[in-house]
Structure formats: C-alpha cells, structure tokens
Design a protein. Sequence first.
Lengths: 558, 349
Amino acid sequence: MTSASFTRRGILVATPLVLGTGMLAACSTDGSGGSSSDGGGESGGALTIFSTGEEMSFDPATSQNLAITTLGLTARRLTAWKTSAGAPTELIPDLATDTGTASEDGRTWTFTLQEGLQFEDGTPITAATVKYGLERSFAAELTGGLTYHKVLLEGGEDYAGPFSDKHLDSIETPDETTIVLHLNRPYGDFGWIASTPAFAPVPEESGEPETYATAPVASGPYRLESYSPGSQAVLVRNENWDAGTDQARAGGPDSLEFVLAQDASVVAQSIIADRSDSQNAFLSTFVPTAQLVQAQNDPNVGDRLVTSGPGALEYLALNTASEALKDVKVRQAIQYAVDKQAYLTAKGGEISGDYATTLITPGIAGREEYSLYSDDPAGDADEATALLQEAGVEDLTLRLVITDDQTGAAEAIQQGLDRAGITVTIQPLDENAYSSEVTAGDGTGYDLVLSSWQPDVPSPNANLTPLFDSSQIGNGNYNLARYDNPDVDAAILEASSTTDAEEAHAKWAAVDQQILEDSPVVPLIFSKNSFIHGSGVENFVIGEFPAYPNYLTVTLAP
Amino acid sequence: MIPSLQRLARSLGVLLVVVGLTFAIFYIAPIDPALQMCGKPCSPEDLEAARGFMGFDKPWWVQLGTFLAAIVTGRSFGSADVLVECAAPCLGYSFQLHQSVTELLADRFPVSFSIAIGAVALQAVFGIAAGALAARRQGGMLDRIVTGVSVVAASAPAFVVGLLAVVVFALRLDLLPSGGYEPFAEGPLEWARHLVLPWATLAFLNGAIYGRLVRSSMIEQLGLDYVRTSRALGLSERRIDGYALRNLALPLTTLIALDIGALLGGTVITERIFGQPGLGALLLDATATADLPVIVGTTLVGSLLIVLANLGADLARPLLDRRLAHGGRSPRRSSATTPLDQTPQENPS
C-alpha cells in the first residue's frame, strides 16, 4: 500500500499500469515476424485500458514508469526487460545491440545502437538523441522521474539541462551509433539503469520541454494519436517501428485506448460481467477488495482474474534513530513479537501475499531464501519477551505511523507486539502528510512505520540501497528506518561496484542477511497484486518481477 | 446601486479569505509539494532546485502576494535556462501536469457545468412537484411515499447511490453508459446519454431537500389566513397553489442558486463514480498527489462560483419580490436558505 503511495504518481498519474502478457507468446509473435499491419493471427484489434488516473504524461524525463508499462509502448530505451512467469526477469537489449559493456574499472559503460532505427517521423534514432533525452532529465522543469543515472554520471551534480545549449560531457557520442557513459564510480547494474525512462531517445527538435509530455516523438510500436486529459489517450501504430529490432515488444493490438478517470469498482464490475465494451480491455490498477471476492467466486471470470506471484516487500520499519529502538536486542525482539499471520489476514489473506523473511524481492536474480528469526509466521512472543528482558527494557511504548487506509494492518501489528508487552499507539496520516513525515521529516515523529517497496529495476541494488544506505535518509528518500551503519554502507558500495553479475549477486545476498541481523526492519509479506481483463485479451501474464502485467506483450484474440 | 457595490466588495473579501485560508492550510500541514517533483531517488540539490523552480522557497506572504498579482499580470516560473510562462489570469502552474492551472480548470469546467445544469434542473422540477403534491395530500399515501423517499435520499451516501445506479442501469440492464463524457459539440444526444446517470443520481440525492422544503412550506402556507380568504372568495385550488408556490420563490431561488454554485465547482464523488473529468475529479487527483497549485486554484474557483451564485440570487430578489424592488424590507424568510427550521411567520397580505 505504501508502495502505492510511493509510486502513486507512477501508477495513478503518469502511467496507468498495464497488464503483462506472456513472454513466450510474445516472442513467438516476434519470431514469426508478426509485424504490425498484417491484421491476422495474434495481431490487431483495439485494446482498451481503464485507468483511475486523471492525467497521462509521455515525457520520459519525468516518468517513474516501470520498463514494461505505458511509457514502454511509445518510448524504447537502451535496454529492456524480459519478464516471464517462471523465471527471474532478464535484462535484454532494446535500442542497443547488447546490454552494455563495462570498462575494466566499471566506470565507463558503452552501448552501440542497432542500425536503421527510426522515430515515428522517419528521422533516425542516433546516439545524439539518446544523449539529448538523458540531458533533458537534468532540467529543473523536467524533474520528477527516476534519477538513478543523475547521481552516477560524472559532472551531473552541476548540470542543469540542455536548454541553454550546455551539454553533459560525461555522455560521449563518438559516432551515430555509439554512446559512452562516464560514471563517477564503478557501477555494476548500469545495464539495468539504462532501462529506465530517461534512456529513451528524444529528438533535439522536439520543441518546448513542457509540451513533450503530450506531444512525444515515438520510438516504440505506438505513437500518441490524441490525448484528452481526464478523458482518454489513444495510441496507434508507429509505422516506422520495426518489430525485427525489438525483443521486448509484441506490438499486438492495432491501437490502444486509455480510458482515464475511471472508478476501479465500476470498471471491475463491468469486466467481471464481460460486457461488450470491456471484452478487449483490462483495468490498470488492482482489483478492489470487494470485486476481488466477487471475481474469485464467479465461474465466468476464471483465469481472467490474474494474480501475481509474491512481489513488493511490505515491511515494518524500526526507526533506529529513535531512543527506544537504539538497542539491537529490542529491534530483534520486535522481529519475534510481530504476528505476520494476523497481518496477512488483515491484508486479505493468501491472495494478497506470501510471508517474507528476507529483503530482496522475489523474481530478482541473486535473491536467497533464509530465515533469521521465528519460522512461525505468528511469531514467538516468549522469545520476544526474553530478548526484551535481556535488554533490560520494560514498559516499551512505540508510535506507529501509517497511512489512513492501513488501520487493519496496523492493529494486527499492535496486537502482535502487545503479546510481548510492547504498547503501540497508532497514528494514521493522510497519504501526503505520511510521506512528508516519514521520508522528509527529521525522523523524530515515529518509532515504527508500515511501508512497502517495489524496486524500480529488478536488481538487488534497487532493493537494498534505497532502503538501507545512509545516504537515503530523509530529504524525500526511503530509508525509513533511518538506518546508518558504515559497515552496511561499505558492503552496499562494494556490491554495487561489482560488474560481474554472479559475483555481485553473491555479495548482495550477503548484504541482505547482514542488514537483517541488525534488524532495522521486519519483513512482513511479499504482496501479490490481482488484475482483471476481458475475454478478448490474451497473453495477459504477470512475470516473477514486477508484480504487474507486461503491457508491451498483451495481444487480443483474433 | 450602493448596496450592490457593498455586496461585491463583501464577495471579494470572502474570496481573499478563501485564498488566504487555503494557503495557510498548506503551510500548516506537513506537506512539501516539491517532494512530488523531486524524482527518485531525490538528491538535496534536486529538491532545492524543485523548490526554487516552483517558487516554494519564498516565505508564505511573498508566495501569496505573487499568487494574487499573477491573477492580474501573469507570471513566469524558473530561471533563464528554462522559463515557463503562465499567462494572466494565472492561478498557478501544475508542475506535475505541466499545464497552467487556469488552462486545467478551463478544460474541466464544461464537464462540471454540464453536470450542474442538468442535475439542478431535474432536482428542482421533481423536488418541487413532489413536495407540492405531498403537501396537497398531507397524510395521504402519496405524502407518505414522498416523505419516506426523501428521508432515504437525504441520508443515502452518494457513492452508494451512484454505484447502485451504475450496476443496475449500466451493467445489468445495459441501458446507459457507465461513465465517460462526450462534449456537447460532438452530439447533444450522446452528451445527454452519458450524463443521465450522474444527473439522476444528484437529483435524487439533492431533490429530497427541495421536496421537504416545498412540502412543509406549502403546508404552512395553506394554513394561512390569505388562503382561507381566497377559498372563501371562491378562487380555484389551482390558483391558490399558485399563490402559495409564489411565496416560496425566494427561498427556492436562493437554494437553487447555491446548488448551481456548489455543483459548478465540481462534485467529487459523482464525477469519480461516473468517470466524468470535471473539476471535482481534478481536485481529487490533485489532493492525492499534493499538487498544491491545482488544489488552491480549484478551491478558489469553486468558492468564486458559489459567491457568484449567491450574488446572482441576491440581485434576482427584487425581481421576485416587488416590495424589495420598491425599497421595502425583505421578510425574514426570504433570506433564509433553510426555511425548514423557521417558525411560521405571518405573511402580510
């Protein structure tokens, strides 16, 4: 839920989430040369995507979209994701010929573009257009997107964007198809970073920066035909997109219509009933609880209700800067005291998640399963009491800050901790007040926070750094435990600098355990998301990561 | 003319207070709108840049002053590198939607206007008719039905009635679209078809107040001396009803004007349920994303519409009550918005 609040802009505003389609089917579409306009087979038709969002933006610089959702339909990047239901998500080339080559020291990354790529207007997609797209993301007017590259590119801290003819020298374009990026430190996951929105090409003649959001120049299989805020956006085929160059996108439907400002309950009802206007459609947000129960019990829904595997980590952050929680024994006692079973029940039961005992999200390569504390999801109150006694703590009272729709879950935490004699006072806040308090406040306002984290790219780095690196405390960032451990910082730096994937994975798995031994958060569940689509929608599959459908590969029944 | 000027000045004062309060609420509330603008992860430099670009780094009174001045003169945001212009009347600029608030509101206004006009017309016509009929047959079956339905309608939450309407009329019976807005210019028929459910829902919910108001006032009127006299003089019951209703014109006008004003400002729940991209839906989304400029702009325009509607009702009064047109005093009831609670008053005949 907090993931909902943190990614809210991404989900509700910038991009209604799209459902994923089966990668295998998608690949076979590509393989058979199922190119755009043949109209037969698995191609063609008009797909409708119902969204609760009011507005859409197609500007890569301001987007926090996952690589497989809306923006991926119009904007390609250097790299892309291959999601599948039975395996961790893979990094695959998109505009580039491979997923990037690191220099020996891991500080220089080189990508080569495929030959003959074109924008929707027929102009070539060159290294310079990728550079320009990246440079735009540094402009003050175009903030708000994913900024992992901004802290990595050399000289980025003093760069204010390309609009006054200044350029960022750490992005080199020695020829039309080569792009060389110089980083200020070694970084092993840069291939993943190159799949984030800012790595989409933007032509220099794209006009005023603030109008690009509604007048983008497409590089993907679809271009924006019309957009009416609060009402709809229509994407139609980009005739200059070449399916042969694209491993990530099926380009199935002839057109996609985003219907905006919808009420999720109304749409879910309509899709459950499989009304004629909802057959070739899906709802981009989760199925609301009431309709979820209804859909589960309706035999006509069947596999049109698609539930993801375990996804975003929901956790209880323990404010390590708070006097009451400075002692690691007290924090470990909370690990035992928490009743994850009651928490999951409050969240809607099994369809809403799997128990979590680790930090890295399922579906991310390098994740290792382990359990440091109680194996019983209901917890172990005796062990908790014993640890508290060891720590010499009595009458512990803690303030738990939540968003106001989390009351049930918070009460489950409260009752769990009560078994060990810990009193929890719950403070529900409006979503905006909540994120200001926990991400931007000075950390004196809470002891405990309920939150969740969905990594922006499927790498352990995107999982652990934002939540546990000391540079991510406050100022709008997500180290809610205010966890400041120089050893962990060093281990994170070490792992993130490793360019060999397997070596890096082993290091990250070790960091995962190292952090949890210190108990800055209690992992609760890996939440599952349920989506629903009409009977005409095919290849609507959710991969292991992320717990959202892959919009790029959805097709319609012939 | 002097009283009108006074009223105008008072209205302007109300609007200033609203702007001030809206600003104040956001400075007291622990919300930093720049956070929404600051990318992920958010570096201190980016956050500072975002605040500076949006003008949120200035003290609140400077921001308030700039905001008010921009309504008249327009303004620009940012620095020499990137300058975003916001033409007068500038009500701020949404950095999340990359559009001036004035444009955003202008885009959404026709939707809320369409909803308001139809809903108020429906609720006034049906509410008044039902109330008058019920009063005529006081204690009868029709009266009991009207009273019963109006209690249900007045106490039912909008989201329940709205969802029910969608499920029954759109999903089950498939008679009407479940949502969406079609501009009037692209076909009045489709426009109306898409608005029938929101109109009916609002009319059902608000019409109850009209029904109850008209019923009780009519009953009161029908018991007054002038009615007895009229009857004794042999006037038809229809004429008598006409007199009684005319005496309700003032409170009803005030009520209708206020309703129009309120609905024009957007109906959050109804617009949401029926997928209507009006001002209410815009406000809801802005609240969720802490889009401060949009919230302030929508609130301000919403209050402006209510103030204007009130002003309109004030100015229309002399037309409805000739005593006012000749400089007389208005009877107390005519200025009340909820005469239900009033003690009966002699009507000077």
